[in-house]
Design a protein around this ligand. Structure first.
Ligand code: AG3
Length: 274
């Protein structure tokens, strides 16, 4: 037994007891897999918890479904980051989706997920899925005007993922979307990572006409409170449309009521982004 701590801020940590710890050093980062009592297997990249078997649905469902439901007919989906496969799995639950491209910079994350997180990575080899081991920033240069939905399933804006939270990057995302395209990005904890959160939303607002921020619980992320930001130039993401589509999708977190009230977020968070 060993206690693992993620130092979420300079002064706050999340500590979990692990029965087993595996460490893999990839070209890009240190990958740790913990086996824990409370959360099952836990995936850690450069010291930050990315996902756990127990709470991953809370994050992946909230990241993926609102964007896909708001799109009139999502066929081509791109996920940047997300090598664990959780977002791929959720995206494939939408019948209209014909192809899912996954652009992950670190191939080792995919291998680790396939080995230790079968329930999360289960759809990575689906015939609709194409995996690109590339830098998201470069990848977008080559695909203009193509995707219906782009999902930013990145890690924190430090190190390799820093560029993914900047105006110049969101501009590339925008030009890789086709008509009615929608982007959704995970935008950090509004409570414990206020600076990251505010900055991400500010940069997204510089680029897109319609922007909507919502929150959800993820127990193993900083403060347990997470944010997601939807953005589009053509679709008013604040409109509450197509909620019936949830009837055909199996979920454990998001339902019609939650979706309808997606933007019912705490007042102090609204104040941060106005
Ligand atoms: N992406 C968001 C992880 C951010 C967690 N931050 C932290 N623990 N400090 C997760 C990828 C899962 N598909």
């Amino acid at each position: 037994m060993v206690w693992f701590t993620e130092y979420q801020t300079e002064n706050v940590g999340l500590t979990i007891k692990a029965k087993e710890v595996k460490t893999i050093n990839s070209k890009y980062q240190e990958i740790i897999v913990l086996d824990t009592e409370e959360f099952g297997k836990v995936l850690v990249l450069d010291g930050a918890v990315q996902t756990t078997e127990k709470d991953e649905f809370m994050y992946h469902e909230m990241l993926v479904h609102p964007a896909l439901i708001k799109h009139p007919q999502p066929q081509r989906v791109l996920i940047i980051g997300g090598g664990d496969g959780g977002s791929v799995r959720e995206a494939l639950k939408h019948k209209s989706v014909e192809e899912v491209h996954l652009c992950e910079i670190d191939e080792e994350v995919i291998f680790v997920s396939e080995k230790y997180f079968p329930s999360i990575s289960s759809k990575l080899r689906d015939e609709k899925v194409k995996i690109f081991i590339e830098d998201g920033n470069q990848f977008l240069e080559e695909r203009k005007n193509y995707y219906d939905v782009i999902i930013m399933d990145s890690s924190d804006p430090i190190g390799p993922a820093e560029v993914l939270f900047q105006e110049s990057f969101y501009k590339k995302v925008k030009s890789s979307l086709r008509k009615n395209g929608i982007m959704v990005a995970q935008t950090e904890s509004p409570f414990l990572q206020e600076k990251y959160f505010k900055n991400a939303v500010k940069e997204i607002k510089k680029v897109f006409k319609y922007v909507g921020v919502y929150t959800g619980f993820v127990p193993t992320y900083p403060a347990g409170m997470w944010s997601y930001t939807l953005a589009s130039d053509d679709v008013n993401v604040l409109d509450n449309v197509n909620k019936d589509r949830l009837d055909n999708i199996e979920t454990k977190y998001i339902d019609e009521y939650l979706y309808t009230n997606l933007f019912a977020i705490p007042k102090f968070i609204k104040n941060m982004i106005e």
